[in-house]
Design a protein. Structure first.
Length: 264
């Protein structure tokens, strides 16, 4: 970790005095510290993770039952947008471990009570992002595949082996990447900050975005690691999230401690 003299960009950005500049190797240290937290509280970590896993299964089955099979993949991708809201409890567990307190599932699930209004408001913002993404996915699908039968094989054939399908994937990837980047910058440090201090949503959002901008190289590495571990968890049919989600949640808390100065 390193601190440098304030650059002109730092001087011009709001809340920049709260931000430390960190090296690009720090994200790996955050993951290592997150793994130590996981090992210190495996029961709570897995139990909280299974809550998310079960919710993922329920939502997917609901979409299939409603004849919306084509929205299952956008739902999985949309997890990247709302991921930060799902890890608030892990920030609390990590705090408890840091302070020498015994973490519990009840405390983790009730973490939002630390700053209820702003935390719930930020959660609603992320849900809005998810709904917006799902609506976009449904609209684009209807435009490119108006007559495609809603079966797994037909959807795969249309998406992977037709010209319209390749354009569909390209458009979805570009728009998804833009939305995911916005969500990442806004959520990288907002929720840990809201849990740690009595600040408002806008202050937390701006602080998070400024911290990401000022630490662009390190945060690019961190974003790639987040995508890698989240994708690995999702690839195992949601079940892998019971491990990768707590790991990322704990690591995010350590990232917050490393990047955001205390008491400012």
């Amino acid at each position: 970790m390193s601190d440098h003299n304030a650059s002109p960009m730092q001087s011009a950005l709001p809340f920049a005095d709260r931000v430390r500049i960190v090296a690009t190797d720090q994200p790996f240290r955050w993951l290592a510290a997150g793994w130590q937290d996981f090992r210190a509280a495996p029961g709570v970590s897995l139990a909280y993770g299974m809550v998310v896993v079960i919710a993922g299964f329920v939502l997917s089955f609901l979409l299939v039952g409603l004849g919306l099979l084509y929205l299952v993949l956008p739902l999985i991708v949309g997890f990247m947008l709302v991921g930060p809201a799902l890890t608030v409890g892990y920030y609390q567990v990590s705090q408890d471990l840091e302070l020498g307190r015994q973490p519990s599932l009840a405390t983790a699930l009730g973490a939002w009570k630390a700053n209820p209004g702003p935390l719930l408001a930020f959660g609603l913002v992320l849900v809005f992002f998810l709904v917006l993404w799902m609506r976009f996915a449904a609209l684009v699908f209807a435009i490119f595949f108006p007559h495609t039968p809603l079966t797994v094989q037909s959807l795969l054939n249309a998406a992977l082996f037709t010209e319209d399908g390749l354009i569909f994937l390209m458009v979805g990837t570009v728009v998804g990447a833009v939305m995911a980047s916005i969500a990442f910058a806004a959520g990288a440090f907002s929720l840990p900050l809201l849990l740690d201090r009595r600040v408002g949503v806008m202050e937390a959002l701006v602080t998070s975005v400024v911290a990401v901008v000022l630490n662009a190289p390190a945060m690019l590495v961190w974003a790639m690691l987040v995508v890698l571990f989240a994708a690995a968890g999702l690839a195992l049919g949601y079940v892998g999230l019971a491990v990768t989600l707590p790991l990322l949640g704990y690591a995010t808390q350590h990232a917050y401690r490393a990047v955001i100065r205390s008491g400012r």
